[in-house]
Write a protein that binds this ligand. Structure first.
Ligand code: FES
Length: 194
């Protein structure tokens, strides 16, 4: 059956007296549509801008970290970061160096001497990633008063891997020693990692 609404344009409606009025629902729809288009347009502009602010993989790979060692006393360690990963820097005492040196290398799961893991003449400076080689937890031992585990180095609380004073795996499920990153001394007290 034909009604008064038949033949009325979609942007208009019929008033109580049969007069044609602006359709408010149609007007709202048009308003929402305009806002949505504006929002999508803004997204298209913003996304490339945000992406351009992220460093590329190449830039990240080349980034290096400079560390001032002068405030780290023998027996102390610090936690810092390198390429978004935790980095441990430790100033070993003569007793900790002796402890590492007396271990028969052939008995180790990942055989390496402390000398191979440090720079010549600087065997007191042990610089490793603070990332357990089992499943990537951050081991304890670099922070003041933290549990250094049964071998006096680092202890991973996740599954009990214990590293010695040279950062070598001695007990637990971790397959390899804590990783030593590329680094060099640029002076007696400054190291550049990366
Ligand atoms: S992640 Fe360290 S022992 Fe499992």
């Amino acid at each position: 059956m034909a009604t008064l609404e038949d033949g009325v344009p979609p942007d208009q409606t019929v008033g109580p007296g049969g007069e044609l009025l602006e359709n408010p629902r149609r007007r709202d729809y048009l308003t929402y549509a305009a806002v949505s288009v504006a929002a999508v347009g803004a997204g298209v502009v913003v996304l490339p801008l945000v992406n351009s602010m992220n460093p590329s993989a190449d830039v990240l790979a080349q980034s290096s970290t400079e560390i001032d060692l002068s405030a780290i006393e023998p027996g102390q360690a610090i936690k810092t970061s390198f390429r978004k990963q935790p980095l441990f820097v430790r100033n070993l005492t003569p007793a900790e160096i002796a402890e590492a040196d007396k271990v028969p290398v052939s008995s180790l799961r990942d055989p390496q001497t402390l000398e191979q893991r440090t720079k010549e003449g600087k065997t007191n400076w042990l610089i490793t990633l603070g990332v357990c080689t089992h499943l990537g937890c951050v081991p304890l031992g670099a922070g003041e008063g933290e549990n250094r585990g049964p071998f006096g180095g680092y202890f991973c609380p996740c599954h009990g891997s214990a590293y010695d004073t040279a950062g070598r795996i001695r007990q637990g499920p971790a397959p390899t020693n804590l990783q030593v990153p590329e680094y060099e001394f640029t002076s007696d007290t400054v190291v550049v990692v990366g």
